[in-house]
Design a protein around this ligand. Sequence first.
Ligand SMILES: CC(=O)SCCNC(=O)CCNC(=O)[C@H](O)C(C)(C)COP(=O)(O)OP(=O)(O)OC[C@H]1O[C@@H](n2cnc3c(N)ncnc32)[C@H](O)[C@@H]1OP(=O)(O)O
Ligand SMILES: CC(C)C(=O)C(=O)O
Ligand SMILES: [Mg+2]
Length: 530
Amino acid sequence: MNTKTNENADKGNDYVYIFDTTLRDGEQSPGCSMNLKEKLQVARALDDLRVDVIEAGFPIASDGDFESVKAIGDLGLNAKICGLSRTRRGDIEAVARSLESAPNKRLHIFIATSPIHREHKLRMSQQQIIDEMTAAVAFGKQWFDDIEVTAEDAGRTEMDYLTEYFQAAIEAGANVLNVPDTVGYVTPSELQAQFQHLTDHLDKPDSVVLSAHCHDDLGLSVANSLGAIEGGARQVECTINGIGERAGNCSLEEVVMALRTRQDRFALRTGIDTTRLYPTSRLVTSVTGSRVQANKAIVGRNAFAHESGIHQDGVLKNVETYEIMRPTDVGVPENSLVLGKHSGRHAFRDRLEQLGFAVTKEKLEDLFVAFKALADRKKSVYDEDIEALVLGNEQSGPWHLDAISIHTEVENSGQSAEASVKLRYDGQAPRIFSGRGDGPVNAIVNAIRQAMSVDMHVEEFNVSAVSGGSDAQGRATVRAIIGASRYQGTGLSTDIVEAAAKAMVTIMNRHHQHQGRELDDEQRDLKAAV
Ligand SMILES: CC(=O)SCCNC(=O)CCNC(=O)[C@H](O)C(C)(C)COP(=O)(O)OP(=O)(O)OC[C@H]1O[C@@H](n2cnc3c(N)ncnc32)[C@H](O)[C@@H]1OP(=O)(O)O
Ligand SMILES: CC(C)C(=O)C(=O)O
Ligand SMILES: [Mg+2]
């Protein structure tokens, strides 16, 4: 039985709870799947950011999801850990088992309520859906005293029915009522009116919180979340960098900074340490390989850049002429002293701290060695290089890249290349695989194809510079399809061919982990059949 009491009522009506679903809805975005180690890194960063709730996954979805929800629950973070569930008993039991030893937890039950979902997807009547949901809440109560109920596709649900559904949820014992605009259809004033209607018509104690969950199909998710808040929502569901299903979810950094910057309008607060926004955004970019566009609000490269003369003149005279937030408010490092091969541990550690990384003494030593090696290969080491060292360059097995060698020939008839890749599988001796191609990257891909002995289609390959200068590190991003699955891998190096090889090895490891999960599922199905 959960020993923690429901804390929803504790913080007052001017507090907006931040429910982060980067690890669940964010991970549903194509190419954004994360392995266990990456999910743990992100969960810790979200806790440092001081989000109130982390939706860690959908435990019934796969053994991998179950294990990651369990591992995150067992970290003992300050944030409440939440698992998603349909109204089915098996789903609820899976959340209960995965969070059995978590000290601070929530069950999140959803079922769709809109006419199109009722008739075509669920084939259930309005009453059947209410009955399913209330039975699920009653069933979940044996393990959870914090239960969130969602009306999927609430944005397209009849208002009277939605109110009846949530009234039944309150009576069944739910303490958070989540109103998602699942398909990103509504507008800010419509959503404000919807929340105002629920605020006015639901008979609920103050401890029951209304929550908004907005998608970005029309680019309105942040505006809609703010509309919901104006109508009475006191929890917002969002993701770092706005990643999520299709066009994504409401971006955490944008909604939090809108509330903070426009205190004059909202007079509300969150518990977020905004100086952690930028480092957390960089971490999520790094583990998912899904980059934010340069002009993205709050965390984009140009978010605080002033290019035109009149703006620069204004900023020099008074920064508030063109800046409504300071870069330091969101953790963008202020000074950009360039480190190089003559820099020492103090300057390096100081820069790590400015970038928001708290590292142990041992980790600092490892990073310092890597930093010196990088500084030998490139003249100046920029912030982006250091972030890449901390976040992005670890190969998490079982496959490891030991060496590559390339031979390229350019003739009148075109270019041809031959690659040898030395790969090591955990606990085994290294093996060499070769491949030919019409260029070095193509030859590497073919060598790795041979090592994997699977049919792999590379659908996207791109290389970009991590920082400035002709000796900049390159970040290679590869997207590949193997069987029915799509994988994304990134790799970093001052040598772009090596970066490509590292990205391919990441894909090998992701495919390997995915296969492991499928084998677990097959074994589970076999056991169930027996
Ligand atoms: C809006 C959202 O983001 S909802 C969350 C979406 N996320 C995901 O779907 C990712 C994880 N999902 C999965 O791994 C799989 O879909 C699973 C494991 C959950 C289910 O897989 P399967 O058993 O093969 O079912 P499948 O996904 O094909 O179909 C979903 C079934 O759940 C039913 N269903 C959908 N939502 C709900 C619900 N909230 N409560 C009860 N049943 C539901 C559907 O009607 C369908 O039932 P049917 O098989 O009787 O027709
Ligand atoms: C499961 C729910 C909250 C969801 O993600 C949605 O409706 O978009
Ligand atoms: Mg969603």
